[in-house]
Design a protein around this ligand. Structure first.
Ligand code: NDP
Length: 284
């Protein structure tokens, strides 16, 4: 049998985490504020603890996945001596760092984590989970955590996984808003979202292919205009704003995009490549 584990919080995600540990053969102790959510897991072999403190006492590795950090504080009750707390609750980098310090004061070790997957994917290699905190702690528990999905250790700073999460959220919203804005524009021509889909997916793939060059330029701070200047982009942005106005669709996103490019031009980057916009994101 595997290493014993405890899971605190059996919502949609916590329940999936506990189920994955059970499938991977770990003796799994669970606790949830609403006890009934443990029924199915208990039927599959989990042990239900009577309190968070009893659950924490039951295993050296304690995974927490509740709504937010206030709830984490509520459930991390009792002594933490010799426990490794793996907090997979979403939150901010500063709260992750503060919790790491509190857990250390109470005698425990801390890893922060982020789940870049939906509950259904948990327990498969498709589920990516990122972790940050002391490397030796991660190494010691990597095999156990591997039961949840593909694990990646990002670095020793416990705030890193929440920082990566922020970065990937803005990436996701940028893509989704761009797609939905395009759907609205095409809707004025009677084109359905489904009809647009093949072109949209291809465009996402094409743009993803540009990222290695953009990453290198952002790191180097030099932005050769290999494929087009900011000025050229700005002219197209002006057309999109004007056309969106006359079509009667929302203009907020194209206006924002245009304003950012204008700032880059003002900063002297009209003849630079588009990656120069990173400097606008680096300043308030
Ligand atoms: P749910 O709403 O399904 O579950 C929330 C859990 O938190 C429940 O177990 C709930 O207990 C518990 N909880 C809330 N407040 C308290 C409290 N004060 N004391 C004790 N327990 C409390 O949310 P999810 O499981 O979907 O999400 C949990 C975390 O996982 C979130 O941080 C979320 O961002 C993250 N996550 C979720 C993903 C998803 O696809 N669902 C994907 C990636 C991350 P009770 O059952 O008693 O209400």
């Amino acid at each position: 049998t595997g290493t014993p584990v405890t899971v605190l919080g059996l919502g949609l995600m916590g329940g999936a985490l506990a189920g994955a540990f059970l499938r991977a053969g770990h003796p799994t102790t669970v606790w949830n504020r609403t006890t009934a959510k443990a029924d199915d897991l208990v039927a599959r072999g989990a042990t239900l603890a009577g309190s968070p403190a009893a659950a924490i006492a039951a295993a050296p590795l304690v995974v927490v996945c509740v709504s937010d950090y206030d709830a984490v504080t509520d459930v991390l009750d009792g002594p933490l001596d010799g426990r490794i707390v793996v907090n997979l609750t979403s939150g901010t980098p500063s709260r992750a760092r503060a919790l790491a310090e509190e857990v250390a004061r109470r005698g425990g070790g801390y890893l922060d984590g982020g789940i870049m997957a939906v509950p259904d994917a948990v327990g498969t290699a498709d589920a990516v989970l990122v972790y940050s905190g002391p490397r030796p702690l991660y190494d010691a528990h990597e095999a156990t955590l591997g039961g949840l999905g593909t694990g990646l250790h990002l670095g020793d700073d416990p705030g890193l996984s929440a920082t990566y999460e922020m970065a990937t959220l803005v990436l996701m919203w940028g893509m989704l808003d761009g797609f939905l804005n395009g759907v609205a524009i095409l809707g004025t021509a009677g084109v359905s979202a489904t009809a647009y889909l093949p072109i949209a997916r291809r465009a996402v793939g094409t743009v993803a292919g540009w990222l290695p060059d953009y990453a290198r330029q952002a790191d180097d701070g030099s932005y050769p205009a290999d494929d087009g200047t900011v000025d050229t982009h700005l002219a197209a942005m002006a057309h999109v704003v004007e056309e969106s106005e006359s079509l009667g669709v929302n203009t907020q996103l194209p206006r924002l995009v245009k304003a950012l490019a204008e700032r880059a031009v003002t900063a002297g980057h009209g003849a630079s490549g588009y990656a120069a916009l990173v400097e606008q994101f680096r300043t308030p």
